[in-house]
Each structure stands twice: as C-alpha cells, then as structure tokens.
Design a protein around this ligand. Structure first.
Ligand code: FAD
Length: 441
C-alpha cells in the first residue's frame, strides 16, 4: 500500500477520476502509468515531493508543459512532479526583468508579457512549457535578434536533490546557472522559478513564400546562403514537406518596417519566383497567435534534429530529395531554422547551449494516427537523419531522440564534461535521472 504522507499539492492516484487525463503528455505515442502524480502549487510542494521520493526510494520525473519528444517527463511506476501550477508572474519595469513561476506555457506567457510591452524569444508552440524549453535552449522567430530563451535567463530557483531551495545566478551557484542555460531539463534539480531579461516589442512584419516541390533544390541552395547571414532582425524558417504533402514554405518574422523586409527578401523572391508571397505588418502578439495556429491536440510523432555548419552540398541535397520523395506517411516534413545573429555572438562555452555557430538547424518530423504506422515513420526519421550525418553534426536536446546513440555528445559537445562535473556537485547520487539525463560519470 502506497504511503503518500508527506506529499502536498494536488495528488492524483490511479484510482482518481482524473488519472487518465493527468498521465497524458503531448506525444500520444507514449502511454505510461505513474504511481502518483503531484500537481505542485508552491515551491514547498516540490520540496515535499523530492523528499518523499527520496524517502520512499521512488523514481520520479519532473513535468512542466509535457512536450518532451520522448515523454521524458512521464514515468511508469513512479512519481511525476508537475510544476504547471507555479504560475506567479512579476514584471520589474526598471530592470526590464520578469520573475515567473516555473509552470507557464509559452502563448499565455507571451500574452501576459505583451500587456507590459515586452517579450522573450522562444518557440511557437502555444503549450510548450517555459521550464523544459529554457533548460534545453529555446529557439524561435525572435532568436536571431534576442538569442535563445536560455540566453535571457538570469536566475533560477531550484529544489535540489537534498530538498533544499537554492538560487543560482551570476554570483551564487553560477555553475548551476550555466548548466540551466541549455544543459537540458530534469538533470540537476527541480526549477520552481525563473528570472529573465525581457525585450520591448511592438509591431513586427511576417512573411511567407511558397514553391512547388520541383523548386526544392534551388530554394534550399538560395535559402541556406541567405537566411543565416541576413539582417539579424529577421529570423527565417524553411519547411520542406515530403513530395505531395504540401508546398515548400519559407517564413519569417522581422522586427522593423514592411519596406525594409521587402528589400531583404527581394533577392529570394527574384531568384526563385514563388507561387505565393505574403508580407504584412502586425502586432507581435497577433504574430505569436498566428504562428501558434489553432489549439493543438495531442499527436503521435517522432522528431529529431541535426546542425548544418556549412552549406549543404549537391550530394547532401540529393539525400534530402531522396528522403522527401520516399516518405512513408501523410505528414513527413523537415524544416530548417536559421541561426547566426545574436545566437552566434555568445561563445560556445559561455552557456551549456553549445550549438552557437551552425548556419541552421535541421528538424526532422513525422506524424501519424494509427499505431501500425509508427514503425515506418520512426524508421524514416532515423534513416533520414543517418543519411545526412556526413553533412551535419550535433543535435538539439529539446528535440530529444532516443535513437541517437551518442546523444550526450550530440546535444552538449565540448560542454559535456563541465555538465558532468556540475551534475556530480549538485546531484552526486543521480536522483534526477532519466534515459538522457546528464550522467555523474
Ligand atoms: C509541438 C511542439 C513544438 C515545439 N516547438 C519548439 C520551438 O518552436 N522551439 C523550441 O526551442 N522547442 C520547441 N519544442 C521543443 C520543446 O522546447 C521541448 O520539448 C521542451 O523540453 C518542452 O518543455 P515542456 O516543459 O513542455 O516539456 P516537459 O516534457 O514537461 O519537460 C521537458 C524536460 O524538461 C524537464 N523539466 C520540466 N520541468 C522542469 C523543471 N521545472 N525543472 C527541471 N526540469 C524540468 C522534464 O523532466 C523533461 O526532461 C516543441 C515541442 C513540441 C512538442
């Protein structure tokens, strides 16, 4: 019989009516059955949960937005410590900083910040959690101008493996702050609050251009020589759906005027005339809402990533075409996210997020509905990523992929050794562990 004395917050057990709903995460490919889920409303609830897990020798996972690609925030036969109830938010106008509880999700956070005339660079998915995203990096349409989300992190409050609450900033536990800037979620302790610098924002200009699949070679060749090097106020992504699954799409957000953006995208537009072009100015919040799209349902998917440090050669583009022409399902797509700008102005050793100098990140994605389609879609991602390895390196830890054998080096590269030292210092007994957590040795 499970003794839950000592746990505080809202406790969900297998016998609770909301158990099935509470054990869901975004990637519905996974179906796990925790013994207990505790929704924490205060830091104290997180402390109690960590102490309880230690006492009961119960393995546990931390969960914020539940968007881990491999459902690493969920566990069979263990405890899930859910921080989504930590929803405080204070804006400090003079220092232009925000202090927030660890449970915010992206779109509601952008909405709250918009009321203060500021924002934070981050992803487009409305329901991604701020904790998981920041701890692993955080890339989005403002990243070439304002950096990764983790570059804007100034301090974290964390519950350690000993159950104590500490603050990591430039003056205290600065090694831990370094690790929280891109070293991945779930390895060092439970973050309960974050302090960020934020940026004033008003209007932005959004562009979108489409082409048919037959233009793929010329679009890739042009975009890769342009998007990572253009004006840092523009962050552009290029989506390449598999053949017969939609149009090729370049899109971007520019912080400037419509006229300036029209000039910046003119070479792309003139070199490879698109099927359609949209350029329009709008408020940043409207842009964030448009990019978020309609409310997301859970999906079955597999994703992965790699970085291109030099332009893809003709042979590499041949591989792209081959894989996109031989996709197994209805929703197979890769996208490129331009790096450069402020991302590359931070030295690779200055934060745990090591991927500072690629030209762009490649994001491999496959979605399906029926379980019997899982294997072929997962294999497609794995084969695609492997076939591109001669032309790419590394991977983004926020797009976790259990099939990357050398995942720790791929995610953290030359920063791995320092992350291991920090892990040993803060969690020597490896209490905070999962399949891809930072090891103690
Ligand atoms: C649909 C979708 C769209 C996405 N779009 C983007 C994007 O545009 N840009 C981008 O950069 N990323 C994007 N991502 C990836 C996303 O940033 C990562 O999956 C991120 O880790 C999710 O954070 P979460 O809190 O939602 O997930 P969770 O599954 O809750 O957590 C992710 C990891 O962080 C750990 N963790 C969670 N909370 C805490 C905490 N309080 N303290 C310590 N560790 C914690 C978990 O244990 C887990 O290991 C997207 C993911 C999805 C599914």
């Amino acid at each position: 019989m499970l003794n839950i004395r000592g746990l505080t917050g809202c406790i969900v057990l297998p016998s609770s009516p909301c158990y099935d709903e509470s054990r869901q995460v975004y990637n519905s490919r996974f179906n796990k059955y925790p013994k207990v889920i505790v929704y924490c409303n205060y830091t104290k609830d997180v402390v109690n949960a960590v102490l309880w897990a230690r006492r009961e020798r119960m393995p546990f996972r931390l969960r914020c937005g539940g968007h881990s690609y491999e459902a690493y925030s969920l566990i069979n036969c263990g405890l899930v410590i859910d921080v989504s109830g930590l929803q405080s938010l204070e804006y400090h106008k003079e220092s232009r900083t925000i202090q927030i509880g660890a449970g915010h999700r992206l779109l509601p956070l952008y909405e709250a910040l918009w009321n203060e005339g500021v924002t934070l660079p981050g992803g487009t998915c409305p329901t991604v959690g701020i904790s998981g995203q920041t701890l692993g990096g955080g890339y989005g349409y403002l990243s070439r101008l304002f950096g990764m989300t983790c570059d804007n992190l100034l301090e974290v409050e964390m519950v350690t493996a000993q159950g104590t609450v500490i603050r990591a900033n430039e003056n205290h536990h600065s090694d831990l702050l370094w690790a929280c800037r891109g070293g991945g979620g779930g390895s060092f302790g439970a973050v309960t609050s974050l302090l960020f610098q934020v940026h004033p924002i008003e209007k932005v200009v959004r562009f979108r251009m489409t082409w048919e699949f037959s233009s793929l070679r010329s679009v890739v060749q042009f975009w890769q020589e342009w998007a990572p090097f253009t004006d840092p106020r523009l962050t552009s992504l290029l989506a390449l759906p598999a053949r017969n699954q939609g149009e090729l799409r370049a899109s971007g957000i520019f912080v400037g005027t419509e006229q300036e953006l029209s000039q910046i995208i003119a070479p792309l537009r003139e070199t490879i005339p698109p099927e359609s072009v949209e350029v329009h100015a709008l408020s940043w919040l409207d842009a964030a809402r448009q990019l978020a799209g309609s409310p997301l349902q859970q999906e079955k998917f597999k994703g992965s990533s790699a970085y291109a440090y030099k332009p893809l050669s003709n042979a590499a583009i041949d591989q792209l075409v081959f894989n996109l022409e031989n996709a197994p399902g209805q929703a197979n797509v890769i996208s490129f996210g331009a790096y450069g700008g402020v991302i590359s102005q931070v030295p690779a050793s200055a934060t745990a997020f090591v991927h500072r100098y690629p030209m762009f990140m490649i994001h491999y994605q496959s979605y399906w509905e029926q379980d019997e389609d899982a294997d072929k879609n997962i294999r497609w991602i794995e084969d695609f990523r492997n076939s591109m390895l001669p032309y790419t390196s590394g991977a983004y830890c926020n797009y976790s992929d259990s099939l990357i054998l050398d995942w720790s080096l791929a995610y953290f590269g030359t920063n791995l050794e320092r992350l291991i030292k920090i892990k040993r210092r803060y969690d020597p007994k490896n209490l905070f562990c999962f399949e891809q957590s930072i090891p103690v040795s």
